[in-house]
Design a protein around this ligand. Structure first.
Ligand code: URA
Length: 459
């Protein structure tokens, strides 16, 4: 009988598992238990050890709340040690069960990264930000470094029922707490509601999808959740008014939030794989990977640069200020966003911190190249007829070459399999232009490029 002290300590599990395997103790003779409350402090320093094959899968599954997780992982280690190649069997029921646990833990981590909402308090040392959060699994300890990087300039605490994490230059863990330890409201909550109401797109409201991605249990802790019922009630009228309204002049400042349809299996697989991507260091500080969005077999694929702050939080490409310009250009060219596939050359947000703000940083050649296999895989699955590269990063991701946009803009090139590539400027470039005349010309050229690509895709 192995009684682990903490429920969220894969290292302790692996130590015991190694000893059991060395003694040849079969899974059916081991009974595991793990403390149900992760209220012990950081684990003692441990000696370095060799990695297990499949360790990432096992370590994530071990953070699940399922009681059988320890026995499942030990049985997997036992079987992997006895049958070479066993870990590669996609149909094995134990491996399927482990992948399911791992996926649930991964989604729980993503939710935590996106949904923690801090409230400001003052303690003896001054300003502190504190959040109450209820993860479904034991994911706080594994995500504490992420918050330490993201909010390196703040003093913060995240309190969950099992465990609390406190950051004052370094992370310290303490017992869990209760919702009462954290103020229910603060002035920032109103900002969240304003932001949410601004990005809420009534024409894309899908309450069933919203509730499946964001079960009601999370709504309690989200300041913006309070406005959802009101916005939802008004959505149909607002959407009808939008359709009836005459076209407006381009506006460059509001964001819209498209929701992607559940993708076909191959894209779903790609997304699942992408969610684990660690090919370059960008995954460490981004909230989540931002995959492409759009229908399988779209005739037109748009490749932008990388997710920005909005995209990183929402998990959808091109929905922030640059996306707003892009949407307006699509509208002007009669191109339906629902029918095209929109993606980025780099799938994680790269930024530098300026105070508490995350400022976009250009992806480097290494990061673009590391991500290009995902982009090419996306192209193989979607099989678009025409691809539009918006900006130099997209062009590099697609061609592997450093090419100046101004030299190739508006020209069509042939790619393999009868596919055509057109280069245009990135919409963010239009946002940066100061000179009105220059801006007008660049906007017209951008519209003409998109129109050309759209027509070619439909031909
Ligand atoms: N800019 C991009 O290139 N892509 C996004 O998804 C958002 C901003």
């Amino acid at each position: 009988m192995i009684a682990l002290e903490r429920p969220d300590d894969p290292e302790a599990f692996f130590e015991h598992a190694a000893a059991l395997l060395a003694e040849g103790i079969a899974p059916e003779h081991v009974s595991w238990s793990g403390g149900e409350s992760a209220d012990l402090f950081a684990a003692a320093t441990r000696a370095p050890r060799a990695k297990w094959r499949g360790e990432k899968l096992f370590a994530a599954a071990l953070l699940h709340r399922a009681e059988n997780r320890f026995s499942l992982v030990y049985r997997a280690l036992w079987r992997a040690a006895r049958a070479k190649g066993w870990l590669g069997n996609p149909a094995d029921p134990d491996l399927c069960a482990l992948r399911k646990l791992e996926g649930e833990v991964r989604r729980d981590s993503h939710k935590m990264r996106a949904l923690v909402r801090f409230r400001e308090i003052r303690d003896a040392e001054g300003e502190r930000f504190i959040a109450w959060y209820e993860p479904s699994h034991f994911t706080l300890r594994a995500n504490a470094d992420f918050f330490a990087h993201r909010f390196a300039n703040m003093r913060w605490s995240i309190v969950t029922p099992d465990l609390s994490a406190h950051y004052d230059g370094e992370v310290r863990f303490a017992p869990g707490g209760s919702r009462r330890d954290v103020p229910a409201e603060d002035a920032r909550d109103e900002d969240w509601r304003t932001y949410y109401a601004a990005i809420f797109n009534p024409a894309r409201l899908n309450l069933a999808a919203m509730q499946s991605h964001l079960p009601k249990k999370f709504w309690r802790n989200l300041p913006e959740a309070r406005v959802i019922p009101t916005l939802a009630r008004a959505a149909q009228n607002r959407a009808e008014a939008m359709i009836a309204a005459p076209p407006t002049a381009p506006r460059f400042s509001r964001a819209s939030a498209p929701q992607t349809e559940a993708a076909a299996t191959d894209l779903a697989d790609l997304r699942a794989q992408l969610a684990c991507c660690e090919k370059c260091p960008l995954h460490r500080e981004a909230t989540q990977v931002v995959c492409g969005a759009g229908p399988l077999n779209a005739q037109l694929m748009i490749v932008a640069e990388q997710p920005g702050d909005h995209e990183d939080l929402a998990g959808s490409p091109l929905i922030g200020p640059a996306g707003k310009i892009f949407d307006e250009a699509l509208r002007r060219t009669g191109c339906d966003r629902e029918k095209i596939y929109v993606t980025n050359a780099v799938k994680h947000f790269k930024f530098t911190l300026k105070g508490k703000r995350r400022i976009h940083a250009k992806p480097g050649a290494g990061e673009i190249d590391a991500c290009s296999s995902w982009l090419h895989r996306e192209i193989e699955i979607v099989r678009p007829k025409v691809i539009v590269a918006m900006g130099a990063t997209a062009l590099r991701g697609l061609t592997g070459q450093i090419l100046a946009v101004r030299e190739s803009r508006g020209k069509m090139f042939d790619l393999a399999e009868d596919r055509r590539l057109l280069t245009t400027t990135h919409p963010a470039y239009l946002l940066r232009l100061q000179d009105e005349q220059e801006k007008r010309l660049a906007w017209r050229a951008f519209l003409s490029d998109l129109a050309q690509a759209h027509a070619m895709a439909q031909a």
